[in-house]
Design a binder for this molecule. Structure first.
Ligand SMILES: Nc1ncnc2c1ncn2[C@@H]1O[C@H](COP(=O)(O)OP(=O)(O)OP(=O)(O)O)[C@@H](O)[C@H]1O
Ligand SMILES: Nc1ccn([C@@H]2O[C@H](COP(=O)(O)O)[C@@H](O)[C@H]2O)c(=O)n1
Ligand SMILES: [Mg+2]
Length: 199
C-alpha cells in the first residue's frame, strides 16, 4: 500500500458499516467470492491482536468487553499492515470507521477516501436475535454488552454514515431480509454499470 506522495495508485476501499449483527461479515464473505476484494474486519483484527499477546491486548480486550471503541491509532496500524500483507489493491473494510475519530484519523494517515460506503440497515430487535444465536464464543455477544454496542452504534457510528451520506457516498441496503436476498442487492451495487443486463 502506498503512502502520501507516492506515485503508485491508491487502493480501492469500501467501508462496510451497519449495526452489530446486521450481517456485515456474512455479506463481505460473499463479496470476496464474487468480486475479488480482500475482507478486513476491524473487530477480527483487534481480536487477533489480543490472541497474539501484544502489549495492547489487555486494553483492547477490556474495551471490546465494554463495547467501547479502541483508539484509532491502534486499529489503523492493524488495518494498514493487513492491507500491505494482502498483496491486493481492493478492500472491504468492515466495522470501520466506527466514530468520527476513526474516520478523520484514517483519512489523515492513509489519504484514502472510500469509493463508497455499504450500509446495512437492520432493526435492533433482529440484530439482537442474530447476535444471541451466533454462537461464535465472542466475549461481547452477551445481552449486557450488546446493549452497550447498540448505544455506541447510535451515538458514534451513525453520525459517520450521515457524514458520508452528505457526500453522496452511501449505498444503503435493507439487511433484515434473508441472506441471499440481501446479497442480490449487494451484487447489483458491486457490478460495474456496463456489465448490468438490461431487462
Ligand atoms: N440476512 C440475514 N438473515 C438472518 N441471519 C443472518 C443474516 N445475515 C447474517 N445472519 C446471521 O447473523 C449473525 C450475525 O451476522 P454477522 O456476523 O455477519 O454480523 P456482523 O454485522 O458482522 O456483526 P458484528 O458487528 O457483531 O461483527 C450470524 O450468525 C449470521 O449467520
Ligand atoms: N473500528 C473498530 C471496530 C471494532 N472495535 C471493537 O471491536 C468490537 C467488535 O467489533 P465487530 O465489528 O466485530 O462487531 C467493537 O464493539 C469494538 O469494541 C473498535 O474498537 N473499533
Ligand atoms: Mg462482524
Amino acid at each position: 500500500m502506498g503512502t502520501a506522495g507516492d506515485s503508485e495508485k491508491k487502493p480501492t476501499v469500501v467501508f462496510v458499516l451497519g449495526g452489530p449483527g446486521s450481517g456485515k461479515g456474512t455479506q463481505c464473505a460473499k463479496i470476496v467470492e464474487h468480486f475479488g476484494y480482500t475482507h478486513l474486519s476491524a473487530g477480527d483484527l483487534l481480536r487477533a491482536e489480543i490472541r497474539s499477546g501484544s502489549e495492547n491486548g489487555t486494553m483492547i480486550q477490556n474495551m471490546i468487553k465494554e463495547g467501547k471503541i479502541v483508539p484509532s491509532e491502534v486499529t489503523i496500524k492493524l488495518l494498514q499492515k493487513a492491507m500491505q500483507d494482502s498483496g491486493n489493491d481492493k478492500f472491504l473494510i468492515d466495522g470501520f470507521p466506527r466514530n468520527e475519530e476513526n474516520r478523520a484519523a484514517f483519512e489523515a494517515v492513509t489519504k484514502i477516501e472510500p469509493a463508497f460506503v455499504l450500509f446495512f440497515d437492520c432493526p435492533e430487535e433482529e440484530m439482537e436475535r442474530r447476535i444471541l444465536s451466533r454462537n461464535q464464543g465472542r466475549e461481547d455477544d452477551n445481552i449486557e454488552t450488546i446493549r452497550k454496542r447498540f448505544k455506541v452504534f447510535l451515538e458514534s457510528s451513525l453520525p459517520v454514515v450521515e457524514y458520508y451520506e452528505s457526500k453522496g457516498k452511501v449505498r444503503k441496503v435493507d439487511a433484515a431480509k434473508p441472506i441471499d436476498e440481501v446479497f442480490e442487492v449487494v451484487k447489483a451495487i458491486f457490478t460495474p454499470k456496463d456489465e448490468k443486463v438490461a431487462v
